[in-house]
Write a protein that binds this ligand. Structure first.
Ligand SMILES: NC(=O)C1=CN([C@@H]2O[C@H](COP(=O)(O)OP(=O)(O)OC[C@H]3O[C@@H](n4cnc5c(N)ncnc54)[C@H](O)[C@@H]3O)[C@@H](O)[C@H]2O)C=CC1
Ligand SMILES: O=C(O)C(=O)Cc1ccc(O)cc1
Length: 302
Protein backbone atom coordinates (compact mmCIF):
# COMPACT_ATOMS: atom_id res chain seq x y z
CA UNK A 1 0.00 0.00 0.00
CA UNK A 2 1.22 3.50 -0.82
CA UNK A 3 2.20 5.40 2.35
CA UNK A 4 0.74 8.68 1.02
CA UNK A 5 -1.50 9.67 -1.91
CA UNK A 6 -1.18 13.50 -2.00
CA UNK A 7 2.30 14.85 -1.40
CA UNK A 8 3.17 18.55 -1.15
CA UNK A 9 6.77 19.75 -1.48
CA UNK A 10 7.62 23.26 -0.28
CA UNK A 11 10.94 24.49 -1.70
CA UNK A 12 11.53 23.18 -5.23
CA UNK A 13 15.34 23.33 -5.33
CA UNK A 14 17.82 20.44 -5.57
CA UNK A 15 16.22 18.25 -2.89
CA UNK A 16 12.57 19.28 -3.37
CA UNK A 17 12.70 18.79 -7.14
CA UNK A 18 14.55 15.47 -6.73
CA UNK A 19 11.72 14.30 -4.46
CA UNK A 20 9.03 15.32 -6.98
CA UNK A 21 10.96 13.60 -9.81
CA UNK A 22 11.48 10.47 -7.72
CA UNK A 23 7.81 10.36 -6.67
CA UNK A 24 6.84 10.63 -10.37
CA UNK A 25 9.20 7.77 -11.22
CA UNK A 26 8.63 5.37 -8.32
CA UNK A 27 5.06 6.20 -7.17
CA UNK A 28 3.42 7.48 -10.38
CA UNK A 29 -0.14 7.48 -9.02
CA UNK A 30 0.71 9.91 -6.22
CA UNK A 31 -0.49 13.49 -6.79
CA UNK A 32 2.29 16.05 -6.29
CA UNK A 33 1.75 19.70 -5.40
CA UNK A 34 4.64 22.14 -5.11
CA UNK A 35 5.31 25.64 -3.86
CA UNK A 36 8.38 27.86 -3.74
CA UNK A 37 8.69 31.42 -2.45
CA UNK A 38 10.64 32.41 -5.56
CA UNK A 39 8.30 33.08 -8.56
CA UNK A 40 11.10 32.16 -11.00
CA UNK A 41 11.49 28.75 -9.36
CA UNK A 42 7.70 28.27 -9.59
CA UNK A 43 7.88 29.13 -13.31
CA UNK A 44 10.72 26.64 -13.83
CA UNK A 45 8.77 23.98 -11.92
CA UNK A 46 5.81 24.47 -14.27
CA UNK A 47 8.07 24.41 -17.37
CA UNK A 48 9.83 21.22 -16.22
CA UNK A 49 6.51 19.66 -15.13
CA UNK A 50 7.98 18.84 -11.73
CA UNK A 51 4.53 18.72 -10.09
CA UNK A 52 0.88 18.16 -10.99
CA UNK A 53 0.13 21.59 -9.48
CA UNK A 54 2.32 24.53 -8.50
CA UNK A 55 0.57 26.70 -5.89
CA UNK A 56 1.22 30.44 -5.51
CA UNK A 57 0.96 30.38 -1.71
CA UNK A 58 2.15 27.89 0.93
CA UNK A 59 -1.39 27.63 2.40
CA UNK A 60 -2.96 26.69 -0.93
CA UNK A 61 -0.24 24.09 -1.49
CA UNK A 62 -1.03 22.08 1.66
CA UNK A 63 -4.81 22.36 1.82
CA UNK A 64 -5.61 18.69 1.02
CA UNK A 65 -2.17 17.06 1.36
CA UNK A 66 -1.56 13.92 3.39
CA UNK A 67 2.22 14.48 3.43
CA UNK A 68 3.92 17.89 3.39
CA UNK A 69 7.73 17.99 3.09
CA UNK A 70 9.62 21.20 3.85
CA UNK A 71 12.65 21.42 1.52
CA UNK A 72 13.82 24.95 2.32
CA UNK A 73 17.09 26.05 4.02
CA UNK A 74 17.08 25.04 7.71
CA UNK A 75 16.88 28.69 8.82
CA UNK A 76 13.53 29.06 7.00
CA UNK A 77 11.84 25.86 8.30
CA UNK A 78 10.12 27.55 11.28
CA UNK A 79 8.81 30.42 9.18
CA UNK A 80 7.35 28.09 6.52
CA UNK A 81 5.82 25.82 9.19
CA UNK A 82 4.09 28.93 10.60
CA UNK A 83 2.81 29.92 7.16
CA UNK A 84 1.11 26.54 6.61
CA UNK A 85 0.00 25.77 10.19
CA UNK A 86 -3.60 27.01 9.78
CA UNK A 87 -4.18 25.25 6.44
CA UNK A 88 -2.54 21.91 7.25
CA UNK A 89 -5.18 19.14 7.42
CA UNK A 90 -5.42 17.69 10.96
CA UNK A 91 -4.37 14.20 9.87
CA UNK A 92 -1.59 15.29 7.49
CA UNK A 93 2.00 14.31 8.29
CA UNK A 94 4.52 17.16 8.19
CA UNK A 95 8.16 16.31 7.43
CA UNK A 96 11.36 18.01 6.32
CA UNK A 97 14.75 17.24 4.76
CA UNK A 98 16.95 19.62 6.78
CA UNK A 99 20.64 18.84 7.29
CA UNK A 100 20.38 19.62 11.02
CA UNK A 101 17.58 18.34 13.22
CA UNK A 102 17.41 19.73 16.81
CA UNK A 103 16.88 23.42 16.00
CA UNK A 104 14.51 22.59 13.12
CA UNK A 105 12.43 20.42 15.47
CA UNK A 106 12.21 23.25 18.03
CA UNK A 107 11.35 25.87 15.38
CA UNK A 108 8.64 23.75 13.71
CA UNK A 109 7.13 22.74 17.07
CA UNK A 110 6.87 26.37 18.09
CA UNK A 111 5.44 27.55 14.77
CA UNK A 112 3.04 24.62 14.19
CA UNK A 113 2.44 23.03 17.60
CA UNK A 114 -0.46 20.85 16.41
CA UNK A 115 1.29 19.37 13.37
CA UNK A 116 2.16 15.66 13.25
CA UNK A 117 5.86 16.33 12.61
CA UNK A 118 8.19 13.48 11.55
CA UNK A 119 11.60 15.00 10.68
CA UNK A 120 13.89 13.30 8.16
CA UNK A 121 17.26 13.90 6.51
CA UNK A 122 18.18 12.23 3.23
CA UNK A 123 21.98 12.02 3.40
CA UNK A 124 22.25 12.55 -0.33
CA UNK A 125 22.97 15.62 -2.35
CA UNK A 126 25.38 17.47 -4.58
CA UNK A 127 27.10 20.86 -4.63
CA UNK A 128 24.43 22.13 -7.06
CA UNK A 129 21.19 23.85 -6.15
CA UNK A 130 17.93 24.93 -7.76
CA UNK A 131 15.10 23.10 -9.54
CA UNK A 132 17.15 22.14 -12.61
CA UNK A 133 19.83 20.41 -10.49
CA UNK A 134 17.52 17.69 -9.15
CA UNK A 135 17.28 14.12 -10.43
CA UNK A 136 15.04 11.14 -9.65
CA UNK A 137 17.78 8.69 -8.64
CA UNK A 138 19.43 10.99 -6.08
CA UNK A 139 18.21 8.95 -3.10
CA UNK A 140 18.92 5.47 -4.50
CA UNK A 141 21.11 3.41 -2.12
CA UNK A 142 21.57 6.46 0.10
CA UNK A 143 20.71 6.72 3.78
CA UNK A 144 17.72 8.67 4.98
CA UNK A 145 17.78 9.35 8.74
CA UNK A 146 14.36 9.72 10.37
CA UNK A 147 14.59 11.58 13.70
CA UNK A 148 11.06 11.26 15.08
CA UNK A 149 11.00 12.70 18.61
CA UNK A 150 9.73 10.62 21.53
CA UNK A 151 5.97 10.37 21.57
CA UNK A 152 5.59 10.54 17.77
CA UNK A 153 2.71 8.46 16.41
CA UNK A 154 4.54 5.25 15.33
CA UNK A 155 2.28 4.81 12.29
CA UNK A 156 3.12 8.33 11.03
CA UNK A 157 6.85 7.63 11.52
CA UNK A 158 6.58 4.29 9.70
CA UNK A 159 4.72 5.91 6.77
CA UNK A 160 7.55 8.44 6.38
CA UNK A 161 10.13 5.61 6.52
CA UNK A 162 8.19 3.69 3.85
CA UNK A 163 7.96 6.84 1.68
CA UNK A 164 11.77 7.10 1.65
CA UNK A 165 12.23 3.38 1.00
CA UNK A 166 9.98 3.77 -2.05
CA UNK A 167 12.32 6.52 -3.31
CA UNK A 168 15.19 4.01 -3.06
CA UNK A 169 16.72 5.11 0.25
CA UNK A 170 17.92 2.96 3.14
CA UNK A 171 16.21 4.22 6.30
CA UNK A 172 17.70 4.56 9.79
CA UNK A 173 16.11 6.13 12.86
CA UNK A 174 18.08 8.29 15.31
CA UNK A 175 17.66 10.78 18.17
CA UNK A 176 17.86 14.36 16.78
CA UNK A 177 20.80 15.32 19.06
CA UNK A 178 22.78 12.22 18.06
CA UNK A 179 22.04 12.93 14.39
CA UNK A 180 23.45 16.44 14.78
CA UNK A 181 26.72 15.19 16.33
CA UNK A 182 27.20 12.46 13.72
CA UNK A 183 26.51 14.83 10.82
CA UNK A 184 28.66 17.56 12.38
CA UNK A 185 31.71 15.33 11.92
CA UNK A 186 30.77 13.46 8.72
CA UNK A 187 29.27 16.33 6.71
CA UNK A 188 29.32 19.78 8.32
CA UNK A 189 32.99 19.86 9.39
CA UNK A 190 34.20 18.58 5.97
CA UNK A 191 32.27 21.39 4.30
CA UNK A 192 33.79 23.93 6.70
CA UNK A 193 37.27 22.60 5.95
CA UNK A 194 36.62 22.79 2.20
CA UNK A 195 35.35 26.37 2.44
CA UNK A 196 38.46 27.27 4.47
CA UNK A 197 41.08 25.65 2.28
CA UNK A 198 39.68 27.05 -0.95
CA UNK A 199 39.40 30.49 0.69
CA UNK A 200 42.99 30.26 1.99
CA UNK A 201 44.37 29.25 -1.42
CA UNK A 202 42.56 32.06 -3.18
CA UNK A 203 43.77 34.61 -0.57
CA UNK A 204 47.47 33.70 -0.86
CA UNK A 205 49.25 36.83 -2.09
CA UNK A 206 52.09 34.95 -3.78
CA UNK A 207 49.75 32.69 -5.79
CA UNK A 208 47.61 34.13 -8.56
CA UNK A 209 44.02 33.06 -9.19
CA UNK A 210 45.03 31.57 -12.55
CA UNK A 211 47.72 29.45 -10.85
CA UNK A 212 45.17 28.12 -8.36
CA UNK A 213 43.04 26.98 -11.31
CA UNK A 214 45.91 25.78 -13.51
CA UNK A 215 47.80 23.70 -10.95
CA UNK A 216 44.91 22.43 -8.82
CA UNK A 217 45.73 18.78 -8.22
CA UNK A 218 43.14 16.11 -7.49
CA UNK A 219 42.84 16.79 -3.74
CA UNK A 220 42.27 20.52 -4.13
CA UNK A 221 39.79 19.96 -6.96
CA UNK A 222 37.71 17.71 -4.67
CA UNK A 223 37.65 20.51 -2.08
CA UNK A 224 36.53 23.06 -4.70
CA UNK A 225 33.53 20.87 -5.57
CA UNK A 226 32.39 20.87 -1.94
CA UNK A 227 33.23 24.58 -1.52
CA UNK A 228 30.92 25.38 -4.44
CA UNK A 229 27.92 24.30 -2.33
CA UNK A 230 25.04 26.71 -1.78
CA UNK A 231 26.02 29.64 0.51
CA UNK A 232 22.53 30.17 1.99
CA UNK A 233 22.05 26.51 2.78
CA UNK A 234 25.45 26.13 4.47
CA UNK A 235 25.29 29.42 6.38
CA UNK A 236 22.05 28.10 7.89
CA UNK A 237 23.51 24.64 8.64
CA UNK A 238 26.46 26.08 10.61
CA UNK A 239 24.29 28.53 12.53
CA UNK A 240 21.68 25.91 13.36
CA UNK A 241 24.08 23.10 14.36
CA UNK A 242 26.40 25.53 16.14
CA UNK A 243 27.18 23.58 19.34
CA UNK A 244 27.95 20.24 17.67
CA UNK A 245 30.01 21.89 14.91
CA UNK A 246 32.02 23.96 17.42
CA UNK A 247 32.66 20.85 19.50
CA UNK A 248 33.92 18.84 16.50
CA UNK A 249 35.93 21.84 15.30
CA UNK A 250 37.68 21.99 18.70
CA UNK A 251 38.64 18.29 18.42
CA UNK A 252 39.77 18.81 14.84
CA UNK A 253 41.91 21.82 15.78
CA UNK A 254 43.64 19.81 18.53
CA UNK A 255 44.37 16.96 16.09
CA UNK A 256 45.65 19.44 13.52
CA UNK A 257 47.97 20.99 16.11
CA UNK A 258 49.41 17.57 16.95
CA UNK A 259 50.00 16.91 13.22
CA UNK A 260 51.70 20.30 12.97
CA UNK A 261 53.99 19.27 15.83
CA UNK A 262 54.76 15.90 14.19
CA UNK A 263 55.79 17.66 10.97
CA UNK A 264 57.86 20.27 12.82
CA UNK A 265 59.80 17.65 14.82
CA UNK A 266 60.11 15.18 11.94
CA UNK A 267 58.01 12.48 13.63
CA UNK A 268 57.45 10.41 10.48
CA UNK A 269 56.07 7.42 12.43
CA UNK A 270 53.20 9.51 13.78
CA UNK A 271 52.32 10.71 10.28
CA UNK A 272 52.61 7.21 8.85
CA UNK A 273 50.41 5.67 11.59
CA UNK A 274 47.67 8.27 11.08
CA UNK A 275 47.69 7.90 7.29
CA UNK A 276 47.50 4.11 7.65
CA UNK A 277 44.44 4.42 9.92
CA UNK A 278 42.70 6.86 7.56
CA UNK A 279 43.38 4.64 4.55
CA UNK A 280 41.56 1.81 6.40
CA UNK A 281 38.52 4.08 6.87
CA UNK A 282 38.35 4.71 3.12
CA UNK A 283 38.66 0.98 2.42
CA UNK A 284 35.84 0.08 4.77
CA UNK A 285 33.59 2.65 3.06
CA UNK A 286 34.31 0.92 -0.26
CA UNK A 287 33.81 -2.56 1.29
CA UNK A 288 30.36 -1.46 2.50
CA UNK A 289 29.41 -0.47 -1.04
CA UNK A 290 29.21 3.26 -0.19
CA UNK A 291 31.75 4.36 -2.78
CA UNK A 292 30.54 7.31 -4.87
CA UNK A 293 32.90 6.34 -7.68
CA UNK A 294 30.93 3.15 -8.33
CA UNK A 295 29.30 3.54 -11.75
CA UNK A 296 25.94 2.21 -10.48
CA UNK A 297 25.91 4.46 -7.38
CA UNK A 298 22.92 6.75 -6.95
CA UNK A 299 24.40 9.92 -8.43
CA UNK A 300 23.69 9.17 -12.08
CA UNK A 301 21.23 11.55 -13.70
CA UNK A 302 17.94 10.24 -15.02
N1 LIG B 1 22.00 20.28 -1.03
C1 LIG B 1 22.16 19.12 -0.48
O1 LIG B 1 23.07 18.38 -0.90
C2 LIG B 1 21.26 18.66 0.62
C3 LIG B 1 20.39 19.55 1.25
N2 LIG B 1 19.59 19.12 2.29
C4 LIG B 1 18.67 20.07 2.93
O2 LIG B 1 17.62 20.29 2.01
C5 LIG B 1 17.08 21.61 2.16
C6 LIG B 1 17.02 22.26 0.78
O3 LIG B 1 18.31 22.31 0.22
P1 LIG B 1 18.52 22.37 -1.37
O4 LIG B 1 17.39 21.74 -2.07
O5 LIG B 1 19.89 21.91 -1.61
O6 LIG B 1 18.47 23.95 -1.58
P2 LIG B 1 18.08 24.79 -2.90
O7 LIG B 1 18.68 26.13 -2.72
O8 LIG B 1 18.39 24.02 -4.13
O9 LIG B 1 16.49 24.89 -2.76
C7 LIG B 1 15.84 25.57 -1.71
C8 LIG B 1 14.57 26.20 -2.26
O10 LIG B 1 13.82 26.71 -1.17
C9 LIG B 1 13.20 27.91 -1.60
N3 LIG B 1 12.86 28.70 -0.42
C10 LIG B 1 13.70 29.38 0.40
N4 LIG B 1 12.99 29.96 1.39
C11 LIG B 1 11.69 29.65 1.18
C12 LIG B 1 10.48 29.96 1.87
N5 LIG B 1 10.48 30.71 2.98
N6 LIG B 1 9.32 29.46 1.38
C13 LIG B 1 9.31 28.68 0.26
N7 LIG B 1 10.43 28.38 -0.46
C14 LIG B 1 11.60 28.84 0.03
C15 LIG B 1 14.24 28.58 -2.48
O11 LIG B 1 13.65 29.53 -3.36
C16 LIG B 1 14.83 27.37 -3.21
O12 LIG B 1 14.17 27.15 -4.45
C17 LIG B 1 18.00 22.32 3.16
O13 LIG B 1 17.35 22.33 4.42
C18 LIG B 1 19.23 21.45 3.22
O14 LIG B 1 19.85 21.51 4.48
C19 LIG B 1 19.55 17.81 2.68
C20 LIG B 1 20.35 16.89 2.06
C21 LIG B 1 21.30 17.24 1.02
O1 LIG C 1 27.77 16.92 -2.24
C1 LIG C 1 28.20 16.37 -1.23
O2 LIG C 1 29.33 15.86 -1.16
C2 LIG C 1 27.38 16.32 0.00
O3 LIG C 1 27.89 16.13 1.08
C3 LIG C 1 25.90 16.47 -0.17
C4 LIG C 1 25.13 16.65 1.09
C5 LIG C 1 25.00 17.91 1.61
C6 LIG C 1 24.24 18.12 2.75
C7 LIG C 1 23.62 17.05 3.35
O4 LIG C 1 22.88 17.28 4.46
C8 LIG C 1 23.75 15.80 2.84
C9 LIG C 1 24.50 15.59 1.70
Amino acid sequence: MLPFARVTVIGLGLIGSSITRAVRQYMPSVRITGHDADPQVRETAVRLQLCDDVADTPGAAVIDADLVILCVPVGAMGQVAGEIADDLPADAVLSDVGSSKETVLAAVREAAPHALFVPAHPVAGTENSGPEAGFATLFQHRWCIVTAPEGTDPLAAERVCEFWRRLGAMVETMEPAHHDRVLAVTSHLPHLIAYTIVGTASDLEEVTASEVIKYSAGGFRDFTRIAASDPTMWRDVFLSNREAVLDMLQRFTEDLTSLQRAIRWGKGDELFDLFTRTRAVRRSIIDQGQDDARPDFGRAHD
